[in-house]
Write a protein that binds this ligand. Structure first.
Ligand SMILES: [Zn+2]
Length: 504
């Protein structure tokens, strides 16, 4: 079904259509989108608001980028096709544009209904773009819109803990995570346009398909999510069913690859860390094998592991970022190092975040504690002699602070990154591991697989997880939940000893 929509929606470049001078003084080619009649599925039809006669199954993003690597400028022409998600007639559409929270970071030029000459009125407040449509969009109808903007990638900030921009550049690379105009999800009767918090992953998006072209300067390597087709300086990516399209760029990357179980693992690494490639690639491949066995197949043909200028790991769809500082001190052998644990953690997010989505702002424990649990299972599977080290180092480690805090709070409720990590990552892991101790490994495995299978490509909530547990055990988990959760949890009766008000 995807191919019917995606493969036919080809926007043809006239690459030499116009040039401008980059920060380096060299001319940069700006691709100009030219629509060849018959190429675009969803023929424009008459009326004040041209709707598509073939609505896409999920939003389709076409991103045409010219990268000024030296200047850190991402010149973008973006097209998005989407069905009115509100379920009612609407005259405005909201988008999240996360980099715009920094004043001056985004030069937003215009937004249009695709194929129309008139720019539309819009308002860009903080990181929320509100566009007024020229006519009401009925429920169930689809439109295509285009955006024209330049994003200046900020310099990497120094962050301790987990959080901060996932889109930034350092001396050796540039990383674009949640960097483009993202259709705001419409949930519970409103557009989800969360305010930025400098803790965790403060992003929200719907599952979407991506067709991306990036024109890069000579000598710059691009690493994007999904299937890659390269033609000289033009790097093209096709990424279906994804939460985000991210890409990294660098003029020093060395590239190593490993093919296993039908997946190509590709490591983009700074020269001084190349000795880690075999270990990183093997770790990623082993993690994919383990999580495939436990929960379900990895959904893409490629998995890119990219070194970034950050100090932390970061999950994206079909890609993980590993901060340069995480590589420090790793010899290339053994598993007692943050590089191995972080690689496994970010790979686990391909299951918990990418395939099974969750509200990363309001229920971050649903992907972070699960990714942490993946680390523990990985060590017990492949490095059993190091599993106690892992638990002592990452979970119990006294230098990490006191093990306190409810695991189920939204990002904004944690006072700082350390409190967030202590609660969600450390105690979140302990919660899952305590369930495991009570119900047994095989039962928890079965429940997590059931949860995974029932929530594929959805935005899961904690009720769905507890429902899955209740399908596999009748152990009373209410005591555990009470010890780890601050909010009210409506446990199914079967796993709460029929407590008053339990869910039938
Ligand atoms: Zn994580």
């Amino acid at each position: 079904m995807r191919c019917a929509v995606v493969c036919c929606s080809i926007v043809v470049f006239a690459l030499a259509a116009c040039t401008r001078t980059g920060a380096s003084g060299k001319p940069i080619l700006i691709p100009t989108a030219v629509v060849r009649s018959g190429d675009i599925v969803g023929r424009l039809i008459g009326g004040a608001l041209p709707t598509l006669d073939d609505p896409p199954e999920r939003p389709l993003y076409v991103l045409n980028v010219t990268l000024d690597y030296a200047g850190g400028n991402v010149h973008t022409q973006q097209r998005i096709e989407f069905v009115n998600p509100t379920g009612q007639t609407t005259s405005e559409v909201k988008f999240n544009l996360p980099p715009a929270r920094r004043a001056g970071a985004v030069e937003f030029r215009d937004v249009r209904i695709f194929g129309q000459a008139e720019p539309l009125p819009f308002e860009l407040t903080d990181a929320v773009l509100t566009v007024q449509l020229p006519a009401p969009l009925p429920p169930g109808k689809a439109i295509a819109m285009t955006f024209n903007f330049t994003f200046k990638v900020p310099l990497q900030e120094m962050i301790t803990g987990i959080g901060g921009d996932d889109t930034s550049r350092g001396p050796h690379s540039l990383m674009c995570g949640h960097w483009y105009v993202m259709l705001a999800p419409f949930r519970d009767g409103q557009w989800d346009t969360p305010a930025y918090v400098p803790i965790g992953d403060p992003y929200t998006s719907e599952l979407a398909d991506y067709e991306v072209s990036i024109l890069a300067p000579e000598g710059v390597t691009i690493a994007g999510g999904g299937d890659e087709m390269r033609d000289g300086r033009l790097w093209r990516y096709s990424l279906p069913k994804a939460r985000v399209f991210a890409f990294a760029a660098s003029d020093v990357y060395e590239v190593d690859a490993l093919e296993e179980d039908g997946v190509t693992f590709i490591h983009y690494v700074y020269p001084e860390h190349r000795h880690t490639s075999a270990a990183v690639l093997n770790t990623a491949a082993r993690a994919v094998r383990l999580f495939t066995r436990l929960y379900g197949p990895y959904p893409y043909r490629t998995l890119r592991i990219v070194e970034t200028g950050r100090q932390q790991g970061q999950e994206y769809s079909a890609m993980v970022g590993i901060g340069a500082t995480i590589y420090a001190g790793y010899s290339g052998r053994g598993a007692r190092h943050d590089l191995i644990a972080t690689t496994v953690h970010e790979v686990a997010h391909q299951w918990w975040f990418n395939v099974v989505g969750n509200d990363q702002i309001r229920s971050p424990w649903l992907d972070e504690a699960f990714a942490r649990y993946g680390e523990l299972r990985f060590y017990q599977e492949y490095y059993d002699a190091d599993a106690d080290w892992w638990y002592g180092h990452f979970i119990l480690g006294k230098e990490r602070g006191r093990l306190t805090g409810a695991i189920d709070l939204p990002l904004s409720a944690y006072p700082d990154s350390r409190a967030y990590i202590n609660a969600v990552y450390r105690r979140g892991l302990m919660f899952l591991n305590d369930i495991r101790k009570q119900v047994g490994t095989a039962t928890l495995d079965a429940a997590m697989k059931d949860y995974y299978q029932s929530q594929i490509y959805k935005i899961a909530d904690q009720d769905a997880f507890f429902d899955a547990l209740a399908r596999h055990t009748s152990e009373d988990l209410s005591g555990l939940v009470k010890g780890y959760f601050a909010g009210a949890v409506d446990l199914p009766c079967r796993i709460s000893n029929n407590a008053a008000g339990c869910r039938r």
